[in-house]
Design a protein. Structure first.
Ligand SMILES: Cc1cc2nc3c(=O)[nH]c(=O)nc-3n(C[C@H](O)[C@H](O)[C@H](O)COP(=O)(O)OP(=O)(O)OC[C@H]3O[C@@H](n4cnc5c(N)ncnc54)[C@H](O)[C@@H]3O)c2cc1C
Length: 532
């Protein structure tokens, strides 16, 4: 007899990336000199689950919660609590791998519908129980990592059971979905209607629609499809003060856009239960090509020209020399290319004629800026491995490597200096052995995003402080160069100290005022966005 599959079992292994039972990829032999160059030292595998230190649960009336969601939908066993203790930032993984689950919730609750979410929030507000909304748990900014020291009980509200496509409007080309649907579940359900959302963050396999909306996520094809904030036409959000509904509308002039207040609210105002999204017919053709440019500056000019001429591909990613070099060794973020220069992925999706015409126009502009298509199937190789890079992180951490990513956006006129400044800040904090890789991943008429990957040897005994110092230096450099502290990872708890530098103290106070109204007892995800 085969054991029944537990639909609420953690989707990610508790200490890293990939489903439970993931077999780590092997590092190629060529990686040995890289590890030496980085100064990576000791072999530091994660501790065993039994050895993880879990705080004793605070007093909590679990029966009252069970009365709302049903007896099987409240859990407080070791694996469930540890699996909901943190997201997937480098700092999260450092703590988990070292056996520190001090941020674990006292229990995890799995509501089955929007009414149960509303009832849970009302009960928690009344009893003074803090609530962390949890989608895929892939936050990289401390969004699901509450402070370990706390006075009140805390539950994680896992939306795994809200996993249905509710309706499709084939005329308006919209789909209404429950917030807990993961990327693959959503695309499979939409595929049954011949549709796609086209939202593919690198965390696509595990992240959820609600998480995307709550963090203003961007996907690998967001230049063409739009980031999630451009795709939401309506949503429902349960708050302790009642339900806030942004009706499904193509546009409205009915005051400031409440939809946009909730998009990016990171669980601080309430729980997004349902989202209506703009969808498209599933593309008949997906064409991804590898291109080379003489330099990063040339590639940037090409991308700017493409975007400003309304000729940008749906996927437009430009990697710098360091990222191209690393990619020759282990999957990084681009296509394998021969020779000097930098690499880009240009990709178009749609019907055959449309793709052919758009690709031709993009190619003309790219060539005029020194670009050349790379022979071979580099674009397809990138597409096949587009979710692969995160699986290397656990292996690198096993070998004592600090490996983390960070991202920002700024105007075209500042991007080159910004890239230099952020890289210099990171090297200044981490040492000259540090590798800083960079790519452009999302284009806008006035600017673009920059995404950095950082690799260096861990400083034994000071691993967390080592990264915190470097991250702070990088954020200061971003602010000093007119860039945002985050393009798509959100604020969470990790970026909160810098939010006022970006939006001003009055901006933060405005957000706090919204929270005070929607969450008067301040039970919703305390600390994210720097809000009480
Ligand atoms: C390897 C890796 C690659 C990544 N690549 C990308 C990328 O390409 N693009 C990108 O944008 N991000 C990326 N991320 C970051 C992360 O995946 C995104 O922030 C994602 O949107 C989070 O979705 P989630 O469902 O995992 O949310 P969670 O991590 O569960 O939650 C994130 C935040 O949203 C809140 N939240 C979650 N669900 C709800 C809800 N229904 N209502 C209210 N609040 C909610 C949480 O409380 C938390 O504050 C990556 C992360 C990792 C680890």
């Amino acid at each position: 007899m085969t054991a029944a599959i537990d639909p609420l079992a953690p989707r990610l292994r508790w200490f890293g990336w990939g489903p439970p039972g993931t077999v780590d990829p092997e590092l190629p032999a060529e990686a040995a000199p890289l590890l030496e160059r980085l100064g990576a030292g000791a072999h530091t595998p994660p501790v065993a689950l039994e050895d993880v230190r879990l705080p004793a649960p605070r007093a909590l009336d679990l029966d009252a919660l069970r009365a709302i969601v049903g007896p099987g939908h409240v859990r407080d066993d070791r694996l469930t609590r540890v699996s909901h203790a943190a997201g997937r930032s480098y700092l999260d993984l450092l703590a988990l791998r070292a056996g520190d689950a001090s941020s674990a919730p006292d229990a995890v609750v799995y509501p089955g519908d929007a009414d149960q979410v509303a009832a849970l929030l009302a009960a928690c507000a009344q009893a003074g129980i803090d609530v962390v909304p949890f989608g895929g748990g892939t936050s990289v900014v401390g969004g699901v990592t509450p402070a370990p020291q706390r006075d009140r009980a805390l539950i994680t509200l896992d939306l795994a059971r809200l996993d249905q496509l509710l309706s499709v409007d084939p005329t308006a080309l919209t789909a209404t979905v429950q917030a807990g649907m993961t990327g693959p579940a959503l695309e499979a359900a939409l595929g049954g209607h011949g549709l796609t959302l086209g939202h593919h963050p690198q965390s696509f396999e595990f992240a959820t629609v609600g998480g995307w909306v709550a963090t203003r996520s961007a996907g690998q094809a967001s230049t063409g499809y739009g980031a999630i904030e451009e795709l939401v036409t309506g949503l429902r959000c349960a708050t302790p003060a009642g339900e806030l509904v942004a009706r499904d509308l193509p546009a409205t002039a009915a005051g400031p856009d409440l939809r946009q207040l909730l998009i990016g609210s990171e669980g601080a105002l309430g729980v997004i239960t349902e989202v209506t999204l703009t969808v498209r017919p599933a593309p008949a053709v997906r064409r991804y090509e590898a291109w080379t440019f003489p330099s990063f500056a040339d590639g940037l000019e090409a991308l700017r020209a493409l975007e400003q001429a309304h000729a940008a591909p749906d996927v437009a990613r430009l990697s710098d020399e360091a990222e191209v070099a690393l990619n020759r060794m282990v999957a990084a973020h681009t296509a394998p290319v021969a020779g000097d220069g930098v690499a880009a992925i240009l990709g178009w999706e749609g019907d055959a004629d449309d793709v052919a015409a758009r690709a031709e126009r993009s190619a003309q502009i790219a060539r005029a800026h020194g670009g050349a298509p790379e022979p071979g199937d580099g674009g397809e190789i990138w597409a096949a491995g587009r979710y692969a890079a995160p699986y290397l992180r656990d292996v690198l951490m096993d070998r004592g490597v600090l490996v983390e990513t960070l991202e920002t956006a700024a105007s075209w006129s500042r991007l080159l200096e910004l890239r230099g400044a952020v890289a210099a800040a990171l090297r200044g904090a981490l040492g000259e052995r540090t590798l800083v890789l960079c790519h452009v991943s999302h284009l806008y008429p006035s600017g673009a995003s920059l995404y950095f990957t950082v690799l260096t040897g861990q400083r034994a005994g000071q691993e967390a402080e080592q990264w915190r110092t470097a991250k702070a230096a990088a954020l200061q450099a971003m602010l000093a160069h007119g860039a945002t502290i985050t393009h798509h990872h959100a604020v969470g708890r990790d970026h909160a100290p810098w939010l006022a530098d970006e939006i001003g103290p009055l901006g933060v106070a405005t957000l706090q005022a919204a929270k005070d109204r929607l969450d008067p007892q301040h039970v919703m995800n305390p600390g994210v966005l720097g809000l009480a």
